[in-house]
Design a protein around this ligand. Structure first.
Ligand code: MG
Length: 382
């Protein structure tokens, strides 16, 4: 296997970023931008050594970026990117690697796979760069007006890491005669080395402005964790009680018996919500032995479950409930129940579904001895 050295160029002062701190030391998510590429190369099994070229004024920040990573002693950069790369190449001359990858420290999203593809392509080429086809129409301007539309056919934008035969690129860099170039591939081209292009990576962006940093931070936007909970409850009918379902009083000859107002639907929904967040059930939070809850309105239970969800940064996506009884008929009250449940939970009405069903006169609900309710709820936790 050939030995592969990596030079990461991070000596720039990042003037375009608009403040004193060089861009590579700005925070991206919760780490400095430079840390990402240092870590990616240091951990790659095909990489033999990693050397970063830095501005010594920021040595402390570099040391923080390099903490716990297996890297060579950093090298001081020069006045230009090109001088910095040459300083890096000179510093690894004694290692005499077969190949070298040169990478911009401001490209934090270099992937394991891209590093591997560049290294593999160097088996057949003396120089390889990742690049993406230009997708936008290109205009040349002259004093603010278009002077020419440039065909984008065969046009690519170059990325890093750019990979080279070490001796070839080191020699080419030494022969530039103080001419300034913007990447290393052009130095190889000028030296007559054929540079192959392989497909770049759209995520491998270079962070040069605050807008880029904003875009890069969005890559870390978390996908919510979706949780589902199920609830089931039964209450038996008794006389002399009012019937409540989903927080709505329903005219009926019988009410439901229970410690609280016996709103069987709200109990099933509350248990579904508690279940989704792994918080037990109503009985755990409101023990029937506690007289405080005697005759209590069941929205207290629901509000407790919602408070627990909010505490976790969660949001209720939807609630689906089935009320099982012969009578009363649920359909005439569906809208009222949906409105009430939406008020109680802050879940939009379109995300609340209430259904009524019978058990075809079978069992305790069929004999109208009581009402059962089932509920499913999903919750997103960011
Ligand atoms: Mg109950």
């Amino acid at each position: 296997m050939s030995s592969c050295a990596v030079i990461i160029v991070a000596a720039g002062t990042g003037q375009r970023f608009g403040d004193k701190l060089p861009k590579q030391y700005h925070l991206l998510n919760d780490k400095m931008i430079l840390q990402y590429s240092l870590a990616a190369f240091a951990a790659h099994p095909l990489v033999s050594s990693v050397t970063c070229v830095i501005n010594p004024d920021y040595r402390d920040l570099y040391d923080e970026c390099a903490k716990d990573l297996n890297l060579r002693e950093p090298v001081c950069g020069g006045k230009s990117r090109q001088e910095s790369v040459l300083a890096g190449l000179t510093s690894i001359e004694d290692l005499n690697p077969d190949i070298v990858l040169i990478h911009d420290g401001a490209r934090p999203f270099v992937s394991y796979e891209l590093i591997e593809r560049i290294i593999t392509s160097l088996d057949d080429n003396k120089a390889v760069i990742p690049a993406l086809p230009v997708s936008e129409t290109l205009k040349r301007s002259h004093y603010g007006f278009i002077s020419e539309t440039v065909s984008r056919e065969n046009l690519y934008s170059a990325q890093t890491p750019q990979g080279f035969d070490f001796k070839a690129i080191f020699h080419a860099h030494q022969q530039t005669n103080d001419q300034e170039f913007t990447d290393d591939a052009v130095i190889a081209e000028k030296a007559g080395i054929k540079v192959a292009i392989i497909e770049g990576d759209y995520k491998n962006i270079k962070i040069t402005s605050k807008d880029d940093l904003l875009k890069a931070n969005n890559f870390f936007a978390k996908t919510p964790e979706i949780k589902t909970g199920f609830g089931f409850d039964v209450h038996s009918f008794g006389t002399g009680k009012n019937l409540y379902l989903c927080g709505v009083e329903i005219p009926h000859s019988k009410g439901l018996l229970g410690h609280s107002d016996a709103d069987v639907a709200l109990h099933a929904i509350t248990d579904a919500l508690l279940g989704a967040i792994g918080a037990g059930d109503i009985g755990l939070h409101f023990p029937p032995s506690d007289n405080r809850w005697r005759g209590a309105s069941s929205d207290i239970f629901l509000k407790k479950a919602i408070a627990l969800i909010n505490g976790l940064g969660g949001k209720i996506n939807n609630i689906d409930v089935t009320i099982i009884c012969e009578r009363p008929k649920i359909t005439p009250y569906r809208h009222l129940m949906t409105v009430r449940l939406s008020e109680l939970t802050n879940v939009p009405q379109k995300n609340i579904n209430i259904k009524g069903t019978t058990t075809e006169k079978l069992g305790f609900t069929g004999r109208e001895e009581g009402i059962a309710a089932q509920a499913v709820a999903t919750i997103s936790i960011i």
